[in-house]
Design a protein around this ligand. Sequence first.
Ligand code: BV8
Ligand code: ZN
Length: 262
Amino acid sequence: MQAATMSIISDKLRTRFALATNVLVLTGAGVSAESGVPTFRGGGNTAVWKGMPFSVISSAGMVERDLPEVWEWFNYRRGVLASLKPNPAHEAIARWQDSFDDFTLVTQNIDGLHQSAGSRDVIELHGSIWRTRCLDCDARHNVRELKFDNGAPACFDCGGHLRPDVVLFGEMLPTGAFERAAVVAGICELCFVVGTSAVVYPAASLPEIARAAGAYVVEVNPELTPLSDLCDEVLTGKAGEILPMFQTLGHKKAQKAQDNFE
Ligand code: BV8
Ligand code: ZN
């Protein structure tokens, strides 16, 4: 299996990976698929909750209309996530962060699996399912510390209603998150786009920014996406199988550290 997937990686990409000093990785739900996290689109399993499509139950309007229902949906998803572990794709990306002078991981995912795999300073464009935000005083709390009797949990600080600290459709992204990611997209040499259907904006515009700024853009996905034509290379396959193939390539930083050590 290794030989087959090794051939997926072109010599050109090998060289670029080995020599890169500034790498950006954008991930979507597909990077967590091999951990058992359901994706939202494609593969026939569009996320639906009690007959409501994902775009409705995970929309800003639902927080106003029916916050207890939103909590039920997120409580269910946390229940699914609670026993799931990072997969080799998350682990490979976590190793990469120490292999380049500058490395940035931007995720659309809210599952926290990149952090569980050891990734640091992750830019979470859509928030985190493990954090809550108070509708009244904006305080953030760790959802694991909350007591859920029924409906929306109460804020420790002010008693107000809490909501998941997640960006729903029609809501602004966390202040500065997209801007920080867009700056990196404008200066990186190599941009990996892993496991995203590239339909949600503004996240999906990051590879476009990187490409326009001259980065080498690589898509890792078993399926083609609206982004595929824009990419320099499309590695067709599962992230958990393809990304670890890069670990066997020498990295500049690791190489330098090795040289210094000897
Ligand atoms: C906003 C959290 C400003 C909630 C999510 C243009 C510009 C700006 C906004 C818009 C625009 N056009 C439309 C909009 C509105 C909207 C939008 O983009 N709609 C789309 C659907 C048309 N955007 C917004 O509302 C954003 N807000 O822009 O604010 C604003 C405000 C008001 C009005 C205008 C502008 C907020 C978007 C964030 C929404 N929240 N999640 C929750 O989780 O409940 S988005 C949701 O989709 C998830 O975060 C997910 O990460 C994201 C993208 O999905 P993917 O990650 O790509 O997952 P998907 O299932 O789609 O695909 C999985 C892929 O993996 C597939 O390609 C599959 O082939 C692949 N795969 C499968 N297995 C594997 C694999 N790949 C590798 N390995 C495998 N093993
Ligand atoms: Zn509060």
